[in-house]
Design a binder for this molecule. Sequence first.
Ligand SMILES: *[C@@H]1O[C@H](CO)[C@@H](O)[C@H](O)[C@H]1NC(C)=O
Ligand SMILES: CC(=O)N[C@H]1CO[C@H](CO)[C@@H](O)[C@@H]1O
Length: 347
Amino acid sequence: MHPNLLGIVVLLTTTCLSGGVCFELISITTVVATAATSAVVMLAEKTGLTSFRCGWLIECCASPTVHLNESGLFTDLNQNLHGQHLVTSTVYKAVKSHMRNKEPSKPLVMSFHGWTGGGKNFVARMIINNIYAKGEKSSFVHVFNAEVEFKHTRHLEQYKDNLQNWLHGNVSKCGRSIFVFDEMDHMPSGLIDAVKPYLGNEAAIRGVDYRKSIFIFLSNTGGQEIVAKCKSEWERGMKREGLRLSDMQDILEKSAYNQLSGFHRSGIIERNLIDHFVPFLPLERQHVRSCIEDEIKRRGINTESTTMQENIEEILDQLLWLPEKSRLYSKSGCKRIANKVGLVLEN
Ligand SMILES: *[C@@H]1O[C@H](CO)[C@@H](O)[C@H](O)[C@H]1NC(C)=O
Ligand SMILES: CC(=O)N[C@H]1CO[C@H](CO)[C@@H](O)[C@@H]1O
């Protein structure tokens, strides 16, 4: 035991024996706790065990509180995400190589596209939870919802200033920060170009190096085009797993640039600052079924029984399927499946 700590413990015992004054007892206990904490910190510093200092005392911008769990991300993407073969491979490789690289030449910038319920937010959370020990609560994780935070076009200049100041403040605290911009479709055109300077391979901007950070943009833009491509493959009798990323990149880049969304005529696209346009394909019945089964299992219920199978069919039938004739794809994918499962299980 640490010598200081021992001394205090003895003192505590003596005080109690010779009269047991309560207020003293409380203050002494605090001293013991503080001494214990500082002893651990000292010990950690002596032995170089950062895991002692970073983790249960403080969140540091270093391992183990900021560190990619490669097998965790791999498992999440392969077991918990359904029907997204292009996402699985692209995201895993991109995040792994960026996090392994001690000196990346630019930040990792990914743009996720597709209909709602395809898993864009889900995958962003997987990345966050497998890098930051504190997950979304980490002070190095920043999620902006464009629809809420950048709602009014008339405040555009103010938003631009805020965004740049936040990026500067946040990244100067931790290079391995992550920024997620949700609902890019609702972001006023022109705003996102405020982050353009930070997405390139500049070594430092106002003294801050942004190249270790990760930026993820989420939008429905291009969703229709992705669906059209999937459908035409299906009509030709091809498997959806045969679709390659290269079949989609151009389509997504063009629709992001041309359609009215946060990327409309954006310099970020003109200057090729987005490393990966990641297409989320529309989900078929079998994929949504897997999401429902996951949710039921998560509640500790066996999915195999006949009644459960009937429940699953019931939930699937309640969803909206498109196009009307072939009913190939779910309009809402796996979105709010948990609520639907809850409702059916209640009955
Ligand atoms: C990494 O992820 C795996 C699979 O989810 C998990 O079992 C393991 O405990 C994680 N490792 C760390 C260090 O968090
Ligand atoms: C120090 C600093 O600028 N922190 C900012 C980080 O980003 C958030 C938004 O996610 C701002 O609210 C903080 O002020």
